[in-house]
Design a protein around this ligand. Structure first.
Ligand code: CP
Length: 341
């Protein structure tokens, strides 16, 4: 299982600067023991379905995997704040019978003495069986992965990618709307939004109509648009400044926060802050079946009243982080996934 692009891409070593993977020639067992997950571009449809199917199995019966990784330690290296990603990885590892070793805050670590990221990951890989890295700099996970042999999972690198968030997003979409023949609107900060970049690439494995809704200054990076156009047999993309023209056609609306911390200029942030908000009145124009998602945290882009509607799936989405990360860790840390057959 999980072999379609595993043989070609997913498991095969060191990502280059743009997140692509190169380096063929390992056995499947070695591949699975040495995987890094840096970007959702690495994932084929079969890879995604393997993780999501296993997550569904775990969701149905967690006890089946309760002690599977009893001797496993997961290293958590979060150089940027996190609630969901960090805690759901910790929960997932513990639910698999393992434990975590946490670097803690940057302020309490030797990073404050000037230790480099390369040295930090090389040290912590000696304590653990896999690493989870979040870092404010785009490309940090790619660089760090070049220094370690244990699997390194990118838990968000600046405005780059967030592939494990994408897997739980896909799981939530599959549960609520299905992944094929999907019409999705992705709204908010598409320029700096790493969850958006990862989701758009992963959805290009499926028959999707993707509508990107943002102010002009926060449009999807042109290289992502270019890449998505290469998949035009399966994927249609459109860009909009207003949600009004597309809302009635959507199966899923994926809302994102305008990320103040990513803007180089506060004035630029102030020009777009609060412009893209959803409330129950907005949703009057939507299909009754519309699923509203958000990677969270939210600030003001979804009114609390929406939480009480049948549209809201964002807390379910956050909870799905546990079975999905359990599935991913189980597949990465087992013998090529063969233990799970
Ligand atoms: N969705 C997400 O990455 O949330 P955290 O920043 O809390 O991990």
């Amino acid at each position: 299982m999980w072999r379609s692009r595993v043989d070609a891409v997913f498991a095969l070593g060191t990502p280059t600067a743009n997140g692509e993977i190169e380096g063929l020639g390992k056995s499947l067992h070695e591949q699975m023991r040495h995987d890094h997950l840096i970007t959702s571009k690495q994932l084929s449809r079969a890879d995604i379905e393997r993780v999501l199917d296993h997550a569904a199995e775990i969701d149905a019966d967690r006890s089946a995997v309760a002690d599977r990784h009893a001797d496993t330690l997961l290293g958590l290296l979060f150089f940027e704040p996190s609630t969901r990603t960090k805690m759901s990885f910790e929960t997932a590892m513990k639910r698999l019978g393992g434990d975590v070793v946490d670097m803690g805050s940057v302020e309490s670590s030797s990073v404050t003495k000037g230790e480099t990221l390369a040295d930090t990951v090389r040290v912590i890989e000696g304590y653990t069986d896999a690493l989870v890295l979040r870092h404010p700099k785009q490309g940090a996970a790619t660089m760090a992965s070049e220094f370690v042999d244990v699997p390194l999972l990118n838990a968000g690198d600046g405005a780059g990618h967030h592939p494990t968030q994408t897997l739980l997003d896909l799981y939530t979409i599959r549960e609520n709307a299905g992944l094929d023949d999907l019409t999705i609107g992705i709204m908010g900060d598409l320029k700096y939004g790493r969850t958006v970049h990862s989701l758009a690439y992963a959805l290009s494995n499926f028959d999707t109509r993707q509508h990107f809704i943002s102010p002009e200054s926060l449009q999807l990076p042109r290289e992502v648009v270019y890449d998505l156009h290469q998949e035009q047999e399966r994927v249609q993309i459109r860009e909009h400044e207003s949600i009004d023209e597309v809302l009635p056609s959507l199966d899923v609306l994926y809302v994102t926060r305008i990320q103040r911390e990513r803007f180089p200029d506060e004035n630029e942030y102030q020009q777009v802050a609060g412009k893209y908000q959803i409330d129950t009145e907005t949703l009057d124009a939507a299909s009754d079946e519309l699923t509203v998602m958000h990677p969270l945290p939210r600030v003001d882009e979804i009114a609390p009243a929406v939480d009480e509607t049948d549209h809201a799936a964002y807390f379910e989405q956050a909870h799905n982080g546990v079975p999905v990360r359990m599935a991913l860790l189980d597949l990465l840390l087992s013998n090529g996934g063969e233990d799970n057959e």
